[in-house]
Design a protein around this ligand. Structure first.
Ligand code: SF4
Length: 356
């Protein structure tokens, strides 16, 4: 059995949802983590060269990150097979078969740690963690249990911070430094949207083309799955009369449904990878309900050819429309939105200030 105590983790796919747990767990087992670099065009291109063209972008990106780890000299790489997260709640076939994809497209020698979680078939999260530990010759139950607890501690702290509005990057940094830091929300934005997207599309800034920051610059507050509890997301799916089928459905359908049903946002942005089957079903579902409720929605699809200019143009047009719609609504309710420097001219009017 290989005695290595380092593991390479590709900064892609489940990294974006689970890294706080992975960090606490592997550290608790005494295993050092080597992360691949942040996604670049070169990493994407390396992945694109290895897989058939109609594979979705996130899988190409994952392949690129595995190659990046191999270039760094990493000999052991984590490629989990995440089949089902709850009974009959499934991941897509590509995420389920990730180890097979990697085995077939990367012909370099390396050791793959490929634990499975499949609650439909009775393979539990504990089995998943045991499998990882056993691969490193760690069999002591107490050591594994404490590592699992350490994983949940980091994961829960990360989510406590993001639930209260701390950004993904800041919450991750603080959580792995074992810190719990909350930032007071100081700037209130006049327009808000919910983004329905997989974490691996949204929080990878190269893939999402810094969508959240772009919206911020346009004066738009974004809400994501990190701001909604799993319970609220699930209840919202049910309130729409739908059922959860896909493992990521809470992050997409559930998050969009929660904000739409509670009228907490002015619009919905769906961000998905071109050619993704599950996403197209989930986006269609939300589009149907958004149309019924007259909630504006835009669907942005991305692949390796997506140009930033076209992406920004569509985004700006959508935001302009949201601003016009909100102005009209406020004027109808006799709440006048005017630029900040003209506030004094409207002394007797209830004023809502737009920041631009
Ligand atoms: S859910 Fe869609 S985007 Fe994600 S890996 Fe599967 S096919 Fe690709």
């Amino acid at each position: 059995m290989n005695q290595t105590k380092t593991i390479g983790i590709p900064r892609a796919l489940s990294y974006y949802g689970n890294y706080p747990f992975y960090y606490g767990f592997f550290s608790g087992l005494g295993i050092e983590i080597i992360l691949s670099d942040k996604t670049t065009t070169a990493i994407i291109n390396k992945g694109v060269e290895r897989v058939v063209s109609d594979t979705c972008l996130p899988i190409k990106v994952f392949v690129g990150h595995v190659l990046n780890l191999l270039e760094k000299g990493c000999e052991t790489i984590f490629v989990p097979s995440l089949q089902s997260s709850s009974y009959k709640i499934n991941n897509c076939s590509k995420i389920r078969g990730l180890p097979e994809i990697i085995r077939n497209v990367i012909d370099k020698p390396f050791r793959m740690i490929e634990p499975t979680i499949d609650k439909t078939e009775g393979i539990s999260f504990k089995d998943f963690c045991n499998d990882i530990a056993h691969n490193f010759d760690i069999y002591d139950e107490n050591t594994i249990s404490s590592a699992i607890k350490a994983g949940w501690d980091v994961y829960n702290n990360f989510h406590k911070m993001t639930a209260l509005g701390v950004s993904y990057e800041t919450a991750l940094k603080n959580a792995i430094e074992r810190k719990l830091v909350f930032e007071p929300v100081t700037d209130v934005k006049p327009i808000s949207v919910v983004i329905m997207a997989h974490g691996y599309n949204l929080f990878d800034e190269r893939i999402s083309m810094r969508l959240i920051k772009k919206l911020e610059k346009m004066g738009v507050k974004s809400y994501t799955s990190l701001n909604v509890t799993k319970e609220d997301a699930l209840n919202s799916i049910r309130e729409l009369g739908e059922i959860q089928y896909w493992a990521n459905e809470l992050d997409l359908t559930g998050t969009a449904a929660y904000y739409m049903l509670n009228n907490k946002v002015d619009g919905i942005i769906a961000l998905s990878a071109f050619g993704c089957g599950p996403d197209s079903l989930m986006v269609d579902e939300i589009q149907y309900h958004a149309k019924e409720r007259k909630m504006p929605m835009i669907h942005l699809t991305i692949d390796e050819h997506t140009g930033e200019a076209g992406f920004v143009t569509r985004l700006e047009a959508f935001v302009d429309m949201l601003i016009r719609k909100k102005r009209k609504l406020l004027e109808e309710r006799k709440i006048i939105a005017i630029p900040q420097n003209r506030q004094n001219e409207k002394e007797n009017t209830k004023v809502l200030t737009f920041g631009y």
